[in-house]
Write a protein that binds this ligand. Structure first.
Ligand code: FAD
Ligand code: NAD
Length: 468
């Protein structure tokens, strides 16, 4: 007799494991299926967590080298111990993925190891690595199989010299030159890591700007900051081929709109041109589940596919490919299955680039408001006028608040600065409650904090900031 569950979740990334925990908390009998050796998906194993471990460590290295002297701390010139830095990253991953194992046990969630396939609604087949197969009976199925790196046609990834983010998280030595293809989040985060550790980093971007989708002013100013850190940009440029030479690579570049090609030599190349949904091996055609033209599982507003009893969440469905978006969808679908009104407010999903300075954003950009024909006011406050930022030598960047011209309701907030990724949440909470710039400006902020700049930007939307 096959074991039977209320819900079986395929994939244990932030979408899948959070869904499993919430479903168990709501009294369901829950199973998860995972093909990797450890739980946590892309985010915990090869994404958010290892990249943030290296971003933090490399930022400390950079600060010890360049900031300590300015703060009056004289130390011998710091030396990089890449093996120890990678061990810190690996320990961080192990501790986080082990945490998910603990959560599954604590919540009495049954974990099946192997690749899950859906022959029909109500059934999941699990094929283990040794080929043995098992059948699960289940009232509901949640597909949470995530995404994988997008390939660049004609370019073969070896995860040694021509790498995706996965290879760029485990270079054995610092490449002298690193060519990053794609000025999106992965390219700028991992490009920053290796630039701080000593690589000469050049970023090639197809579009005429970095971080497409972010506010245009943010993107422009942030590019200048990265250039000051020694990162070069070749915008409106495409890579048309990579050849392996003696010990390195020869990369052919062309203007995006066509024109003369040039070749550049590099030791390593990072392909970071986006990610695509992953549904291989699930047998969705057998189950009759529809995909869209970009390979994403199609769902309704309640995460249900076209087949009753089969749901999908996270990177495998439409929307931003972010861990917290996947988590929130995991909670929402568990609540929906329990008969509650689970839902996600897609208008208030923060987005953070964990570089130095950080870039954080929530809600609409100026470009989006203009395109929507919304009458808005923009208010900006620079960290150069913030006391705490001065004390920390962290005056780069600004806070920008966009509010409705008539109602003063905050529609977007964009921050470039140290710890921007923490500060953005006061705007997120405000927006969740439909708050105005005046609400934020009238909220007492502790002094001296970087967050005072958020309040000053809010003040600037009406009566004017105090400190400029
Ligand atoms: P995933 O995390 O991709 O998990 C899918 C899981 O499903 C995997 O464990 C996979 O093994 C399993 N699986 C797939 N098919 C099957 C099958 N048939 N049977 C069994 N198991 C299966 N997002 C952020 O919000 N913040 C960040 O800082 C951030 N940094 C990132 C850095 C990098 C380098 C990368 C690559 C991504 C980063 N992301 C970040 C994006 C984030 O990792 C994803 O948005 C998130 O992991 C998506 O979660 P998910 O649950 O949908 O899928
Ligand atoms: P991305 O979509 O953020 O950026 C890809 C970039 O590559 C874009 O600027 C695009 O214009 C460019 N590009 C596309 N094709 C190109 C080509 N042929 N030549 C040159 N440039 C090209 O994708 P990513 O950086 O690979 O990240 C993938 C996903 O992972 C993103 O959706 C992101 O949300 C997520 N992620 C998030 C974080 C975070 O939240 N901090 C960190 C890493 C990854």
């Amino acid at each position: 007799m096959a074991e039977s569950f209320d819900v079986t979740i395929i994939g244990t990334g932030p979408g899948g494991y959070v869904c499993a925990v919430r479903a168990a908390q709501l009294g369901m009998k829950v199973a998860v299926v995972e093909k990797w050796a450890t739980f946590g998906g892309t985010c915990l194993n090869i994404g958010c967590i290892p990249s943030k471990a290296l971003l933090h460590a490399s930022e400390m290295f950079e600060e010890a080298t360049h900031l300590f002297p300015q703060l009056g701390i004289d130390i011998a010139e710091p030396r990089l111990n890449l093996t120890a830095m990678m061990a810190h990253k690996d320990d961080t991953v192990a501790s986080n993925t082990g945490g998910i194992e603990y959560l599954f046990k604590k919540n009495k969630i049954t974990a099946f190891r192997g690749t899950g396939a859906i022959p029909a609604a109500g059934k999941v087949f699990v094929t283990a690595e040794d080929g043995s197969a098992q059948e699960i009976e289940t009232r509901n199925i949640v597909i949470a199989t995530g995404s994988v790196s997008t390939d660049l046609p004609g370019i073969e990834i070896d995860e040694d010299k021509i790498v995706t983010s996965t290879g760029a998280l485990k270079f054995k030595k610092v490449p002298e030159n690193l060519l990053v293809i794609g000025a999106g989040v992965i390219g700028l985060e991992l490009g920053s890591v290796w630039a701080r550790l000593g690589s000469k980093v050049t970023v090639v971007e197809f579009l005429d700007r970095i971080l497409p989708g972010m506010d245009g002013e943010v993107s422009k100013q942030f590019q200048r900051m990265l250039q000051k850190q020694g990162i070069d940009f070749k915008l409106s440029t495409k890579v048309t081929g990579i050849e392996k030479t003696g010990g390195g690579l020869s990369v052919t570049l062309e203007p995006a709109q066509g024109g003369d090609a040039e070749t550049v030599a590099t030791d390593a190349a990072l392909v970071s041109i986006g990610r695509k949904p992953f549904t291989e091996g699930l047998g969705l055609a057998d189950a009759g589940v529809d995909l869209d033209d970009r390979g994403r599982v199609v769902t309704d507003a309640h995460y249900k596919t076209n087949v009753n009893g089969i749901y999908a969440i996270g990177d495998v469905v439409a929307g931003p490919m972010l861990a917290h978006k996947a988590e929130d969808e995991g909670i929402a679908v568990a609540e929906i299955l329990a008969g509650q009104a689970g839902h996600v407010n897609y208008g208030v999903i923060p987005s953070v680039v964990y570089t130095s300075p950080e870039v954080a954003s929530v809600g609409k950009t100026e470009e989006e408001l203009k395109a929507d024909g919304v009458a808005y006011k923009a208010s900006k406050f620079p960290f150069t006028a913030n006391g705490r930022a001065k004390a920390m030598l962290a005056t780069q960047g600004f806070v920008k608040i966009l509010a409705d011209k008539q109602t003063d309701r905050v529609l977007g907030c964009h921050i470039v600065g140290k710890n921007a990724g923490e500060m953005i949440h006061e705007a997120a909470v405000l927006m969740e409650f439909g708050g105005s710039a005046e609400d934020l400006a009238r909220t007492c902020h502790a002094h001296p904090t970087m967050s005072e700049a958020v309040r000053e930007a809010a003040l600037g939307a009406n009566d004017g900031p105090i400190h400029i």
